[in-house]
Design a protein around this ligand. Structure first.
Ligand code: NAD
Length: 495
């Protein structure tokens, strides 16, 4: 598990099987079913991963509970030193980690590297926490002082999706670890390998055994985490269907829960939008990571006559080929789901301007090319369900009000953007869309650190954002201390 991943190109490269990392030991999950981890570019098995259950979760909770008090007793500045070191190590191994992400997830190398760099930025936020977390204090009356101290929650857990194997784990870890918790990570069983390297790097960075643990698996492992009374807080990132279930199940044991779900992001384009910026930006938004990101554009709402912009997007989209420019889809089942939505929209009368069905870059992998569908209407599933592939559904609206209404009707609320050169239009749309992360001429409006990441509506269950300061608040409890001092008796060198 500690050996480095050898790939330096897209050439198929096998990897050591995933193991659980419990109490500072790599553990073979005896008796657990092992399933394949596939490289989606080649459709070949690059490793195996165990499907853990309640016993493995219980062992991880025991190890975490044993390690947490000593970790919490370290000053926050010392805990943050591990994050400084992790940042250094991630930069040292940037190329290796990027190829690993690319191989297990399918992203092209540049995208994989971008995701590792973003993960490093999250680690940097963790480094800054001791400077941000100095508590408030005030003399609330004569001789009486109130103070806020951020205490850890205890043993906490995180469950992550397949689409960002190292970045999403880093949305959770810095704040949780610097906050003094012991962590149990359950990565997606489709991409468990990057978290294996992360565990090794955290150990090298000096994190004490048991403070970070990895339990591999799928549904059974997640349900065991939800049900375990010894876990005090849990974050989840994945699809809305599962986020809702996990939120409800984990809450039953009194855990603090934050569950981020799926998305259907709307980009509203008005006729005065800048042609070059808009056509390129919309294309990048729905094709980046082959559309498999929760911030991807999914629906473009064209207001009035935007035919020139639609043609420009279609022209650029037609020129973008799978392979080096855009990576594969995660699995055969996902290819079937995505092409199913395209087939259905076509059958219901939509016009396929660019057709990615049948495109492939390798014989064995899972591919869908860039697809643009015009004339999508509200009754078509392509207008309202999450497709999670490189597909842009274009819906037409006569007025800005109608466009905003279409956006507001979505059950999701992750992201929404406006393309315009008018400040008035931008302000109007930013005030009225129903989404947590909004963009003006930005197709992937991810709030970078220190701003918090999180959507609204069915894109997030719980309260607050997962990154930034909200993340620290989620993984810590404020202790309010009120003190009354009659006389200051002790003399110290600071007196
Ligand atoms: P998923 O919901 O299938 O899986 C996510 C995690 O849940 C995995 O670790 C998986 O093992 C586990 N899981 C799967 N089924 C489960 C079940 N029935 N009960 C309990 N646990 C279960 O999601 P995915 O396919 O890995 O990822 C893609 C989804 O994640 C998309 O919907 C995407 O929009 C969403 N996503 C959201 C965000 C966000 O910030 N809102 C970020 C990334 C991805």
């Amino acid at each position: 598990m500690t050996e480095k991943f050898a790939a330096t190109s897209y050439e198929f490269t096998p990897c050591a099987d995933a193991r659980n990392w419990i109490g500072g030991q790599w553990v073979l999950a005896d008796g657990c079913e092992m399933i394949d981890v596939e490289n989606p570019r080649h459709g070949q098995v690059m490793a195996h991963v165990p499907l853990s259950g309640a016993a493995e979760v219980a062992a991880a909770v025991e190890a975490a509970a044993a390690a947490q008090p000593a970790w919490a007793a370290e000053p926050m500045r010392d805990r943050a030193q591990v994050l400084y070191k992790l940042r250094e190590l991630m930069h040292r191994d940037l190329e290796e980690l990027s190829w690993l992400v690319s191989h297990e997830n399918g992203k092209v190398y540049a995208e994989a590297k971008g995701s590792v760099l973003k993960a490093i930025e999250c680690a940097e936020f963790g480094c800054s926490l001791p400077n941000l977390a100095a508590g408030q204090q005030l003399d609330v009356s004569r001789g009486v002082n109130c103070q806020v101290v951020h205490e850890p929650v205890g043993v906490v857990a995180g469950v992550t999706p397949f689409n960002f194997p190292i970045m999403v784990p880093l949305w959770m870890l810095p704040q949780a670890l610097v906050g003094g918790n012991a962590f149990i990570m359950k990565p997606s069983e489709q991409v468990p390998l990057s978290v294996q390297r992360l565990a090794a790097l955290l150990e090298e960075a000096g994190l004490p055994a048991g403070v970070f643990n990895v339990v591999n698996g799928g549904r059974a492992a997640v349900e065991a985490l939800c049900d375990h009374e010894g876990i005090d807080a849990m974050a989840f990132v994945g699809s809305t269907r599962v986020a809702k279930q996990v939120y409800a199940r984990g809450s039953q044991t009194g855990k603090r829960m934050l569950c981020l779900g799926g998305a259907k992001n709307h980009l509203i384009v008005v006729p005065d939008a800048d042609y070059e910026l808009t056509t390129q930006n919309v294309l990048d938004s729905f094709t980046g990571c082959a559309g498999q990101r929760c911030m991807a554009a999914s629906v473009m709402v064209g207001v009035g006559d935007v035919d020139r912009i639609v043609s420009g997007i279609a022209e650029k989209a037609g020129a973008l080929k799978v392979g080096d420019q855009m990576g594969p889809i995660t699995s055969a089942a996902a290819v079937e789901r995505i092409t199913g939505y395209i087939d259905q929209a076509e059958q219901m009368g939509a016009k396929i301007l660019v057709d990615g069905r049948g495109q492939r870059a390798t014989d064995g992998g899972y591919w869908v090319g860039v697809t643009v569908i015009d004339g999508v209407t509200a009754d078509m599933p392509a207008s309202c369900e999450e497709i999670f592939g490189p597909v842009l559904s274009i819906v037409r609206a006569d007025t800005l009000d109608e466009a905003i209404r279409i956006e507001n009707e979505s059950e999701y609320g992750n992201a929404s953007s406006i393309y315009t050169t008018s400040g008035d239009v931008a302000r109007e749309v930013m005030a009225r869309v129903s989404a947590g992360m909004c963009g003006v001429n930005v197709g992937v409006p991810v709030p970078r650190e220190p701003f918090g990441f999180g959507g609204w509506n069915d894109s997030l269950f719980g309260h607050g954002n997962i990154t930034g300061w909200d993340g620290f608040r989620f993984w810590t409890r404020p202790r309010k201390i009120t003190s009354k001092w009659a006389v200051q008796k002790d003399q110290t060198w600071m007196s």
